[in-house]
Design a binder for this molecule. Structure first.
Ligand SMILES: [Zn+2]
Length: 283
């Protein structure tokens, strides 16, 4: 009640001094509060449904076998945790556009986080729930990266550089995720890495080396590296994690991440040194 009186007082005072501005402020405020009210409600409803499935007993999730008659539930368990972080660029023109895309059921796409150009982070989905950001994907022997990763979308039209506030926010977020879920350093990867030929994000301006210097993803040092004569570059790509079904696509994804200025799909001597050094780090 006291607050309402104070608010009314301020509001009356504002109207007296800046009648137009005060009104505009009020309108803008109510818009931001209500714009996603319906989709937020849908989020709540969906998560409630999942919570119901967690509570189900006897458990029926993979039922069908001839289980023992009397159900015995264990007392020792927790929730599955993400083990990878997959980074994307949105390929859209604004953060607002992406928020809209991720709240339209018909698009069927989402990510856990969206990072705007000014560094604002939108946490759209609980880390423990499965986002729809990676699609058909493979990294090493891991398939269905959506089930094992946190997805981070960075507002970027696909061709521009990433802003400093975006990278600063990203580094803070990665620090939190790495600690919270004990995510291995090698498991911070890009969408292009896990979907060669199908995806090219984040684009060649993405500062992977800076990320690696901070402990998110691996980088190479070719100083004094001697590549053995029988070195197999394709096998090295496979060891790092790339799906080499289509070698050209795998090389393209490798270059988007590690040799960003080079748009060719061939392996030269320098690339071999990089691959040889990386292969040993990923082994
Ligand atoms: Zn992507």
């Amino acid at each position: 009640m006291a607050n309402r009186i104070v608010n009314n007082y301020i509001s009356r005072g504002m109207k007296k001094i800046f009648p137009g501005i005060a009104l505009a402020g009020l309108i803008a405020c109510s818009c931001t509060q209500n714009k996603y009210a319906t989709t937020n409600k849908a989020y709540k409803k969906q998560s409630k449904e999942f919570a119901k499935r967690y509570r189900e007993y006897p458990v029926t999730d993979s039922a069908g076998l001839n289980y023992a008659q009397a159900w015995v539930g264990t007392t020792n368990f927790s929730v599955r945790r993400p083990n990878f972080v997959v980074i994307h660029h949105t390929a859209q023109n604004s953060c607002e556009e992406t928020l809209t895309t991720f709240t339209l059921p018909r698009t069927q796409v989402s990510s856990h986080y969206v990072i705007c150009k000014d560094g604002t982070v939108h946490h759209m989905l609980n880390d423990l729930l499965r986002g729809h950001h990676a699609g058909v994907s493979k990294w090493g022997n891991a398939t269905d990266l959506n089930s094992s990763s946190v997805g981070i979308e960075i507002d970027n039209n696909g061709f521009e550089s990433f802003t400093e506030p975006q990278i600063n926010s990203l580094l803070q977020l990665l620090d939190r995720l790495k600690k919270a879920y004990s995510i291995p350093t090698a498991n911070f990867i890009g969408h292009a890495d896990v979907a060669p030929g199908r995806k090219v994000d984040p684009n060649r301006n993405f500062p992977w080396q800076k990320l690696a210097q901070n402990g998110y993803g691996l980088w190479y040092d070719t100083t004094g590296v001697q590549v053995p004569a029988d070195f197999n570059a394709l096998q090295a790509l496979r060891i790092i994690g790339y799906d080499i079904k289509n070698p050209g696509n795998a090389i393209q994804s490798f270059k988007i991440h590690f040799v960003q200025q080079d748009t060719t799909r061939t392996i030269g001597d320098t690339d071999k040194k990089i691959l040889y050094d990386l292969m040993k780090k990923y082994q």
